[in-house]
Design a protein around this ligand. Structure first.
Ligand SMILES: [Zn+2]
Length: 941
């Protein structure tokens, strides 16, 4: 059989009339970006070092290992992941918890900026957003990488403590999907270790392994020849190259060290049918895999690989658009479906064209038949020229967007690219090269070439076919046999197919342009650097040009009112799904599908939503698609229409998702929490399946019209990359022309009904694996000012540190636990809330709950100065990162204009002024003194 990409190249050469070349001619190599310094030490260690100034004054450090759980012996199942945990519990230069403490003193938060993951074939650690002000701090980060690479202590006491932590992590992840995948994998991968190497491993191993078993894995696999060091940021490349050589050059690798051998996935001649069920599964789900060989890492270095990547991207785009269009037909047997050529679930050595589908109840076998039918239709007739035009336009416009923003590529993005280059040989050309190459390639690849690639991805026989269904288990249900599944596939194969017909609406988004309005006055705000325009229809426009992202213009329009203005029980029910229903409605003359097609090649979106106290229209675009964004915004204000088909689909989907809520511990918990916290106020309840038939689509559209009829009450804030000369005509055409009533702005009403006093709701829930969960909420009414907001944020962070230490580290009573403080402005009467959340180990629930209470009571008396200092350092660093986003400035301008609160200029001063005494006094006198404390606890039955 001809190899996939050779065929593509041959087809391409044939179509473009290049007669002197053949497919065997080697395509030119993809040039590696010259801005990254890549090197390899004698012992095999690879490094990537790059100077990058976005964001400026910070750097990221990574160590990537090309080993994971697949390297484990049977007696080591789960230890690759366990080892990753031990990397934060003692090493040569950072004893005990010193590593977490040290990085926190740099303003690096454990869990986000300091983290790691273990997958089946890779383990990656990172320290990100380290301030570059002190060279010694950066050098210490190199020492951290060095310790991770071969300096972990793996002490017995620390191992014992961590067993519970990992066990709790397993418990937290236990759910229907985890249980079913564990049972299904050995059937998906017969004869391959992929079937028995989920990284979380076996709890029998985690609870009992001897320290030396862990050490054996560490010493055997964590070696320079399996490792890459990556440093990206505002740094001196020469210095770090020298550091890498100094720190890692001396490590020896035994010539007898075992090689990392890719784990193969055998072909299957007969189709594999897998069926799994679980009592907590709420909806059924299909997965169909058509396996084929993956492109080997060594075959990714030449230009033909870029053709392959491109073809896969457009195929996925076109195929998913077809499935999406099918779901709009009320008679479609599935709620949702997608298809993509990707890894064969976990295996990097095998790819598969992978289909997923969520069937409507009772229509499972039809769903399977339809999925197979559509792949056959595509394989037989190919895609149409118009489908391909849209997919190509989408591809090129994303490329254009990325290229436009090329000066602002983040350290994170580079870090991930270099990781993938090391681990799987993904190409790393410069953005300029990539942009030029793809802009030449894509237009020269005709749809016929794309279609010629399809039979290699989509196979029609039993060979390498894997079909899997996951189903809801309940009394009275019947389940398909293997024969039923086989028959559903056979049915599709026996059908006579016709080609797909692409219906496209060829008309402008707005049939007739409205009469332009004008800008009647303007003034500048020096403090926040924006211009304020008053329009002839009374609307207010704020222009805040920025250059944080060269490819983004963001807009937020808002006016007071929101759903607080409606209070009949019928409307409260309608409003629960307002955002979702509006999201699937037609705009102007365009249904969702038609709009999707009409917007092909454009990077733009907009939507209308309601919060308790406001109505919002938000939108994003690239500078290039700015006018289209204005048109969408105009349509949300003037011309939202019914799309009955999409609406019915939404209701069907919600019906399925909500119907079997009572078997899901998570949903049952959320439901109880909302009811207890808001005193059963129906506004704050999560939607129930009984509510769906009572929803009135006409009424929702009527409410949408009411909320948008008066443009004069709205403030439109634009932030991003635009120039005034371009945007002003759009403002006059599409904003100044919006209808207005001339009435004054409405006022939102207070609708908040938080439970007062000491309220406790403890209940039990029967589930497949015992789950325990606690949420503690302390709240009080409070006026809005910057100091209160800063104190709430800091209080939440300090408590999180306390809980992590006491509940997770010392007592192993939970895998995760945390707290967050906020000042909620979503009501005319602001409240401050401190919420602590803890999914507990059921055996230690009493300890966990006691510590949740104690942590808060102690904080009200005394706060640890050292902990608070770390929180302050983090906040001072984070504000500089946040203040480089358009979203931050839209919010800051809003708060200044609406509440007179300057959240920016006084921020650092306010943070710096925090003392342990002032913070604990605040908790004591402003928060706890209210006496409002809500506790919701779920325990296993
Ligand atoms: Zn973990």
């Amino acid at each position: 059989m001809m190899k996939f990409k050779n065929m593509l190249v041959a087809a391409l050469l044939f179509m473009t009339g290049a007669t002197t070349l053949t497919a065997q001619t080697e395509m030119p190599p993809i040039p590696v970006d010259e801005a990254v310094r890549i090197g390899k030490l004698d012992n095999g260690l690879t490094y990537y070092i790059r100077h990058n100034e976005w964001p400026e004054h910070v750097a990221n450090f990574y160590i990537a290992q090309r080993v994971g759980s697949i390297q484990e012996e049977e007696s080591q199942r789960g230890l690759a992941h366990f080892l990753e945990h031990m990397a934060f519990n003692g090493s040569e230069h950072f004893k005990g918890n010193d590593l977490i403490e040290f990085t926190r003193s740099l303003g690096v938060e454990f869990g986000s900026d300091l983290n790691a993951y273990t997958s089946i074939d890779q383990t990656v650690y990172r320290v990100c957003n380290v301030p570059t002000t002190r060279q010694s701090a950066l050098d210490s980060c190199m020492l951290i990488l060095k310790d991770w690479s071969n300096g972990l202590l793996l002490e017995k006491d620390e191992i014992v403590k961590e067993r519970d932590v990992v066990h709790n992590e397993w418990r937290l992840g236990e759910g229907p999907s985890q249980r079913m995948i564990t049972r299904a994998l050995p059937k998906m991968y017969p004869g391959s270790k992929y079937g028995v190497r989920m990284p979380i491993g076996l709890m029998s191993v985690i609870d009992n392994f001897k320290p030396k078993t862990l050490k054996k894995y560490y010493q055997k696999w964590y070696r320079p020849d399996n490792q890459a060091i990556i440093v990206v940021g505002d740094i001196d490349v020469d210095h770090f190259e020298q550091k890498v050589k100094e720190l890692f050059g001396g490590i020896k690798v035994s010539p007898k060290a075992p090689k990392v051998v890719p784990e193969e996935v055998p072909d299957n001649d007969e189709a594999i049918y897998i069926f799994e069920k679980d009592k907590e599964m709420r909806v059924n789900q299909f997965m169909v895999f058509m396996k084929h060989d993956a492109t080997k890492p060594e075959d990714k270095k030449n230009m033909d690989y870029l053709i392959e990547v491109y073809v896969k991207a457009v195929v996925s785009n076109m195929f998913n658009a077809r499935l999406q269009e099918l779901t709009n037909d009320p008679d479609c047997p599935f709620i949702q479906a997608s298809g993509d050529d990707d890894k064969y679930l976990l295996a990097s050595t095998k790819n598969a064209f992978t289909l997923m589908g969520i069937p409507k109840e009772g229509r499972e076998m039809e769903t399977l038949t339809t999925l197979i039918r559509e792949t056959r239709r595509v394989a037989k007739f190919g895609f149409t020229a118009t489908e391909y035009e849209r997919a190509k336009a989408d591809y090129l416009s994303s490329l254009e967007k990325a290229y436009t923003n090329r000066a602002k590529i983040t350290n994170d993005a580079y870090g991930n690219e270099y990781r993938d280059h090391y681990l799987t040989n993904e190409p790393i050309p410069s953005i300029e090269t990539f942009y030029q190459t793809m802009n030449m390639l894509a237009p020269s690849i005709p749809v016929e070439v794309v279609n010629m690639a399809l039979p290699e991805m989509i196979t029609d026989g039993d060979k390498n076919l894997v079909v899997m269904e996951w189903a809801r288990e309940a009394d009275g249900l019947t389940y398909p046999t293997e024969d039923d599944l086989r028959a559903a596939v056979a049915k599709a194969r026996a059908e006579e197919l016709t080609a797909y017909v692409d219906n496209v609406k060829d008309e402008p988004l707005i049939a007739e342009l409205p009469e332009k309005g004008t800008i009647v006055s303007e003034k500048e705000d020096k403090l926040f650097g924006y211009k304020e325009l008053k329009l002839s229809n009374g609307a207010t426009v704020i222009l805040k040009p920025t250059d944080y992202k060269d490819d983004e213009v963001a807009m937020q329009a808002f006016a007071d009112g929101g759903n607080s203005l409606y209070d009949s029980p019928e409307d409260i029910n309608n409003l629960k799904l307002f955002d979702e229903v509006i999201g699937v409605s037609a705009l102007g003359n365009f249904t969702g599908t038609e709009l999707e097609k009409a917007l092909a090649g454009k990077n733009v979106n907009a939507n209308l939503s309601l919060s308790n106290s406001r109505q919002w229209v938000t939108a994003h675009s690239t500078p290039k698609d700015l006018e289209t964004m204005f048109q969408l915004v105009y349509l949300y204000f003037t011309n939202i229409n019914k799309d009955e088909k999409q609406y019915q689909n939404l209701i069907n989907m919600l019906d399925m998702a909500l119907k079997n809520m009572s078997v899901s511990p998570d949903l049952v918990y959320s439901d109880s929490l909302a009811n207890t916290l808001y005193c059963h106020n129906p506004r704050f309840q999560i939607p129930h399946v009984e509510d769906l038939p009572k929803i009135n689509y006409d009424r929702i559209l009527e409410i949408a019209k009411e909320r948008t009829r008066n443009a004069s009450a709205f403030t439109f804030i634009f932030a991003g990359k635009f120039d005034e000369a371009t945007i002003r005509p759009f403002i006059e055409q599409y904003i100044a022309s919006l209808p207005t009533t001339g009435e004054p702005a409405e006022k939102p009403r207070s609708i908040q009904t938080l439970a007062k006093g000491e309220v406790k709701n403890q209940f039990t829930m029967k589930s497949e694996s015992p789950k325990a969960q606690a949420r503690e909420i302390w709240w009080a009414n409070s006026p809005y000012n910057l100091e209160t907001a800063v104190k709430m944020d800091a209080a939440g962070q300090v408590l999180s540190m306390v809980y992590l230490k006491t509940i997770r580290e010392d007592e192993s009573a939970a895998y995760s636990c945390g707290a967050a403080g906020q000042l909620d402005l979503n009501d005319p009467q602001p409240v401050i809330l401190l919420m602590a959340n803890c999914p507990m180990n059921p055996d230690k629930q009493e300890t966990a709950i006691r510590l949740l209470h104690e942590g808060m009571q102690n904080a009200a008396r005394q706060i640890d100065a050292d902990q608070l200092q770390k929180v302050k350092d983090y906040m001072l660093k984070q504000i500089d990162i946040d203040a480089k986003t358009n979203a931050y400035w839209m919010s800051a301008i809003d708060k200044m204009r609406t509440y007179g609160v300057d959240v920016y200029h006084d921020y650092k001063k306010t943070v710096e002024a925090l003392t342990p005494e002032s913070l604990s006094r605040f908790i004591r006198e402003k928060l706890l003194s209210s006496g409002n404390h809500v506790e919701v606890i779920m325990l296993p039955e």
